[in-house]
Design a protein. Structure first.
Length: 252
């Protein structure tokens, strides 16, 4: 009998400050934002309470390009933003969580620093289309496919297990989607390090601004279970059937 398993994942948006101005983004801010160390520790403890096994650290691109973020990082005892991410990963590992980071475009030195404290890393290619640089990626130099492929290539040279993928529905053509996947396949053929390719459809999500992914997921889960519980209360036969199924599962 085949068995499907999953690993509980907790997302930590360590900083939403971003140097890019992507037209479709519902995550980033251009105001200073970075979690203080005590908030990081609190959220890692929350991940443990939820029985999470993996930690996904998401951030904007180069948050420490903002002078106020730089000042806050220095006050927290970090030389730069990647240093603060490495510190958060170390605290996660102490708790038995496997960290995965997605920080945007990084150079070889920063990839290597994170390699010491992560189980894997990632960067969405998004699209191979250079034409998007004049439309949805205007003002976002690190969204140029050349820059993103360079990071993915460097990760391969460092033998870092890596996640990448494409965005669908941001103005690219069907042919460009195929070309983007082929570009990822070519990098993987050289290095064999891409463990996962995400094909992500673009859906506007204005409620995401300024909110933590884990909090959104928790709210949705609570609503789901409240609806299920209400449905069982309103339908005693359904409750009896659910109890019978549970009993049968226990017997098996």
């Amino acid at each position: 009998m085949r068995r499907v398993t999953f690993s509980r994942n907790y997302t930590l948006s360590l900083s939403r400050t971003c140097r890019c101005y992507c037209k479709y983004c519902a995550f980033a801010t251009h105001r200073p934002h970075v979690y203080a160390p005590d908030e990081v520790e609190r959220r890692l403890d929350e991940a443990l309470r939820r029985n999470a096994k993996e930690l996904l650290i998401l951030t904007g691109e180069a948050p420490d390009s903002h002078p106020e973020v730089q000042a806050r990082l220095r006050a927290f005892g970090h030389d730069d933003f990647v240093g603060s991410v490495a510190w958060a990963c170390e605290r996660a590992l102490e708790r038995g969580l496997l960290p995965h980071t997605n920080l945007g475009v990084l150079d070889r030195r920063d990839l290597a620093r994170l390699r010491e404290v992560t189980a894997s890393q990632g960067l969405m290619l998004e699209s191979i289309s250079e034409g998007l640089m004049a439309t949805v990626h205007a003002g976002s130099p690190t969204k140029h496919p050349r820059e993103r492929l360079a990071t993915i290539e460097a990760a391969g040279e460092l033998r870092i297990p890596f996640t990448s993928g494409i965005l669908v529905g941001i103005g690219e053509t069907p042919e460009e989607r195929i070309a983007s996947l082929e570009a990822l396949a070519a990098v993987h053929e050289r290095h064999g390090h891409i463990q996962e390719v995400i094909i992500q459809n673009y859906v506007p999500h204005p409620r995401y601004y300024g909110r933590e992914v884990a909090d959104i997921a928790d709210e949705a889960s609570r609503r789901r279970w409240e609806v299920d519980a209400a449905g069982l209360r309103a339908n005693p036969a359904g409750a009896d059937a659910a109890a019978a199924r549970a009993s049968g599962q226990r017997r098996r």
